[in-house]
Write a protein that binds this ligand. Sequence first.
Ligand code: C2O
Ligand code: CU
Ligand code: CU
Length: 484
Amino acid sequence: MKPVSRRQALTLGIAGTGAIAVGGGGLLLTSSLPFRPETGGRLEEPVVLSSRGRLLELLLEAAPGQVTVAGREASVAAYNKSLPGPTLRLRPGDRLRVNLVNSLDTATNLHVHGLHVSPASNGDNSFVSVEPGGSFDYEYDLPANHPPGTFWYHPHHHGSVADQVAAGLYGAIIVDAPEELPVTHDRVILVSDISLTGTGALRPPSVAERMIGREGETVLVNGQVQPVLSAASGDRERWRVINACPARYLRLQLEGGQLQILALDGRRLAAPAHVAEVLLAPGNRVDLLLDAVRGTTVLRAASYDRGSMISMMGGRGRATVSGTVALLYLDTSGAPVGALPPVPSTGRIRDLRKEPVAAHRRFDLSMGMGPGMASAGMRFTINDKEFDAGRIDETVSVGSVEEWTFSNGSPMDHPMHLHVWPMQVIQEGGRKLPDPKWQDVVNIPAHGEVKVLVYFDTFPGRTVLHCHILDHEDLGMMGVIEAR
Ligand code: C2O
Ligand code: CU
Ligand code: CU
């Protein structure tokens, strides 16, 4: 593997912010003041663009620019000048047309994370490259039986995904169910993180941050810090929480209320479930239901240890912990009003364990020291191979069910993500799961093993399987899957 060069480490995929100067002596920050976000504003939600007559057509421009982030002007990259980008609202059977315009100074493209659509030609094709100044017309046809739920979009140009997402490029996609649920408010809660200097410029990650996966210093909820919502007693909120952070894990807990899960990664559970916490790895989504009760409820992410590279760095380095952070406050007042009817259960969830398995595959994840490299050089591999867009790593048959085993030989967690087809998790750490559990990002704990089933129901074409710690993906932990 080639070493991470200073240039790579500094490239942000956006026009010069003026905040960094590289001389013979190295990197100088012209401003060493910390970024001071405004906190406690009322929660805002991104603009919603909805389909009409089975079609949603839009222009999506990825561009560097001045955008309000946490109440301050910041020089970031954004879609259509807003962070997050617009929310795209669709129905099963709709067509989505996106004219992606690249006004960045590096190549980009677009990925619709979790949508069950074709990966071929101008569909959800991660091999497309849209050069600076160029544009590309994407067209996605959602099947009539597409699961309703919460999905998202972000760039997927190999080598700069982490830089572009960390700079501010992401937005929500909602696929609506034909029938509405009894909730008072249905909201997008897009969580991202960003590192800004005191003047609002992006702070580039260090080489070490790239190796472990960069975590932004400021955690944003819809581009704000610790926003506040108010509700009346008896209201029921549906929060579509999206983890758009490049590497941060969100171990969600609710203080002063009960956490209730409606859906995971865009797929309903059989019935809403009460849990103490839910872990969102990068890329995961959870739809929460909150029955508002008088007082203040806090949605927070508790600290999560995602491993360490101590042993690999010759005893140096430390554990990588996504720290505790308060995300969102809900203030509820008033006397309870008539309760809403319960959210109906969906009934039976598909269970692939009843289907014949056509093939078994293993994916060994590892982080190894690169050949001839000192402390910084590291190889991020799947089955000992780094990503090569020109190679097909696995060929699967359309119409078949496969059992995949992910085995993590490294001392850090890796959240594995497959495009197009969701995965049914059947075994975690030697423990068989009693109920069907569907996800499109599945965390493989450090030194752990997880088994999943995948049904390649349709959509021939080439796509990817990768670690959703976006720096790891950019550094090579990605493989090519072809369905025939
Ligand atoms: Cu959300 Cu291939 O990524
Ligand atoms: Cu994806
Ligand atoms: Cu990883």
